[in-house]
Ligand binder design. Structure first.
Ligand SMILES: NC(=O)c1ccc[n+]([C@@H]2O[C@H](COP(=O)([O-])OP(=O)(O)OC[C@H]3O[C@@H](n4cnc5c(N)ncnc54)[C@H](OP(=O)(O)O)[C@@H]3O)[C@@H](O)[C@H]2O)c1
Length: 346
């Protein structure tokens, strides 16, 4: 049976005031590390909801949720338990995401209201468009799964979705809006046309996939980079695995730095991310991992030599390739990512 004791700060808790925070262009501060809540199709919803309570007790104040993870109602019960035990709503940062089958003009606001109701919240701190494609795939599908109505990125359609995202801010249902899985080419158009610009872009980033150019583009445009799969997603679903994939936590440079600091390679990945200036959102349902990941966010910085050694191990190795969002036969996953700087046409 999971530990259902009411929330209290754990003995090994980190004072949330010590955890780095990122100032968004609105002036608001976002905790600079969050708990991921995607159970990769194999961790139970209840285990993830229990991890939210463990993480809050350990000192996490940022939770990265999404309707497609299927567990927002369970996480809502955890939030209720936390609030009943003395945590204030204003002390936590909650992100949720609009799933790809809800990009329609009449779907955005009800989808957000559903996440709010499931999570038991009156507002979200951040609401993201989960993917720039309106191409739906069911949870647990395999790599060959395609939406029968799949389309390329169509900017006019995305802007119709974005106008509704802006309306969510106007209505006070969400405090910030942002994007995920975008590219420089797509963001340039959004920045040109948005009334309310994205405050963050959530994207894969770890030592083997550093996305340096994109990372700097975001900072130059006042958009905070949030790093998903910061440990290289070692338990990601089968559909997101290919033989070319590499594992940052097994990289000899990371392993050696970890050995020198008597820590785990995962901690080195988190230290690097925080020191670089991105917000990692590691997933874990293991209490000691939850704690050590947060400890890494407040640990002494890596030396300049260690930091630059990690910069040199970038392999441009994207792990979450997104094949299920492709829109026609014969495409490669690269077509989703505008590699030549232009949006891939139909
Ligand atoms: N926007 C998007 O499209 C998108 C895409 C992917 C992910 N995300 C978000 O990003 C979050 C994190 O990404 P992810 O789950 O793919 O990958 P991740 O955080 O890189 O890796 C999570 C895995 O690492 C293990 N782990 C965690 N801490 C560890 C430690 N200290 N030592 C050893 N192993 C450790 C976890 O297992 P244990 O449970 O055993 O610790 C889990 O299997 C997701 O949960 C989700 O919220 C967003």
């Amino acid at each position: 049976m999971p530990d259902r004791k009411p929330w209290t700060a754990a003995a090994e808790a980190i004072d949330p005031a010590l955890v780095p925070r990122r100032r968004l262009y609105t002036g608001c501060l976002m905790p600079g590390i969050g708990l991921g809540t995607f159970g990769s199709d194999h961790v139970s919803h209840q285990a993830v909801a229990d991890a939210v309570i463990t993480a809050a007790a350990a000192g996490y104040r940022h939770f990265d949720c999404a309707s497609v993870y299927g567990n927002e109602a369970r996480i809502g019960s955890s939030f209720r338990e936390l609030f009943a035990s003395g945590l204030d709503r204003e002390q936590i940062w909650v992100t949720s995401k609009l799933w790809n089958d809800k990009h329609g003009e009449h779907d955005v606001i009800p989808a957000c209201q559903k996440s709010l109701s499931d999570l038991g919240l009156r507002y979200l701190d951040m609401y993201l468009v989960h993917w720039p494609f309106a191409n739906h795939h069911p949870p647990g599908c395999d790599v060959a799964s395609r939406s029968p109505h799949a389309q390329p990125y169509i900017h006019a359609n995305f802007m119709r979705t974005w106008r509704k995202m802006e309306e969510l801010v106007d209505r006070g249902l969400v405090r910030h809006i942002g994007t995920s899985n975008m590219t420089v080419a797509k963001l340039r158009l959004l920045l040109r046309d948005a009334r309310i610009k994205p405050a963050v872009n959530e994207m894969e980033m770890h030592p083997h996939f550093q996305q340096t150019e994109f990372f700097h583009f975001l900072l130059e445009n006042g958009i905070e980079p949030v790093a998903f799969s910061p440990l290289g997603s070692p338990a990601r679903p089968q559909r997101d695995r290919t033989p070319e994939d590499s594992a940052p936590i097994e990289d000899p440079v990371i392993v050696e730095i970890a050995r020198r600091h008597a820590t785990h390679p995962a901690s080195v990945c988190i230290q690097w991310a925080v020191q670089r200036g991105q917000t990692p959102i590691p997933f874990s349902v293991n209490r000691s991992h939850i704690v050590s990941n947060l400890q890494a966010a407040v640990a002494d910085p890596l030396t300049p030599e260690e930091f630059s050694a990690i910069e040199k191990i970038d392999r441009n190795c994207r792990l979450i390739k997104g094949q299920v969002f492709l829109w026609k036969e014969g495409q490669n996953w690269e077509d989703l990512w505008d590699l030549n700087g232009e949006i891939t046409p139909e």
